[in-house]
Design a protein around this ligand. Structure first.
Ligand code: ZN
Length: 277
């Protein structure tokens, strides 16, 4: 993101707020879809995000070479990170209660969301994928078995003798079994993998500072995180750029009150530049 002003309608183009958002271009940035009043609100919310983050944002977490999920025993070291485990963390907005009905395009209550990228090793990724897919697979397999069984002609005819609804009830029992088997398998697997890795935000050391400051993983109530894995880091989006410390420091030093001033200056500069052209 160059410090050059190229969108005369944006109150934050080329500013530290722009650097923090790290968008590929203005048309991809949500700021370009807001009017000036909403842009200022969004800028204030970037201050609230910066204020709630550790000193240098999430950069240290993202750039570590060690797996963030390994739970090594004594004399053991965490695995080498080969991928990124992506998920979102949210924070309660300091001014707007969560779920409050808001007018306009910009939803303030839901604005404090950041992507977090945890470096993970192959071993942890495989264990998590097993946890995500194996129980589900077992459940589906059980239900499918019921379906195949009850659609076999001899079985169906035998069951129908006891009542026309019986084949359907048998299938229903298989589906229930599938759900139960999936739940038991998930629980057993989770307990097993939690011996050698951390799966909950509260127990992941890299997230300790964020959790302490009120950030929580979005999506699940039990504190488990649903990750998606990527080979590369995200190349755009808030807090995905390198050298986050500088814009964060500036945004914090401007404070909430400074946001409108920065916006006013940026727009005035753009106006002047346009009239000169
Ligand atoms: Zn690991």
């Amino acid at each position: 993101m160059e410090n050059e002003l190229y969108n005369p309608d944006c109150a934050f183009c080329g500013t530290p707020y722009c650097a923090l958002l790290n968008q590929k271009n203005c048309s991809k940035c949500y700021m370009s879809k807001l009017d000036t009043g909403e842009q200022i609100k969004a800028g204030e919310d970037l201050f609230f995000i910066a204020d709630a983050l550790p000193e240098n944002g999430v950069e240290d977490i993202m750039n570590s070479e060690d797996c963030a999920l390994c739970r090594p025993g004594e004399d053991e070291i965490p695995g080498k990170a080969t991928r990124y485990a992506q998920f979102d963390m949210g924070h309660i907005h300091p001014l707007v209660p969560a779920g409050e009905k808001e007018n306009g395009k910009y939803k303030r209550a839901a604005s404090m969301v950041i992507p977090v990228q945890l470096p993970v090793c192959d071993d942890c990724r495989k264990k998590l994928n097993l946890l995500y897919y194996l129980p589900l697979g077992l459940g589906v397999l059980t239900a499918a078995l019921g379906l195949i069984l009850t659609s076999l002609e001899p079985v169906r005819l035998t069951l129908t003798r006891y009542g026309r609804i019986i084949p359907f009830l048998v299938l229903l029992i298989f589906v229930c079994f599938g759900v139960i088997i999936a739940a038991i398998a998930r629980r057993a697997l989770r307990i097993r993998i939690e011996r050698s890795m951390n799966t909950r935000a509260k127990r992941i050391p890299a997230l300790a500072e964020l959790v302490k400051r009120g950030w929580f993983p979005i999506g699940r109530k039990d504190g488990m995180i649903s990750f998606s894995f990527t080979k590369e880091k995200l190349d755009s989006g808030i807090l995905t750029g390198n050298n986050q410390t500088e814009p964060l420091e500036k945004i914090r030093s401007f404070g909430k009150e400074g946001v409108a001033l920065v916006a006013e200056n940026t727009l005035r500069k753009a106006e002047k530049q346009q009239s000169e052209e």
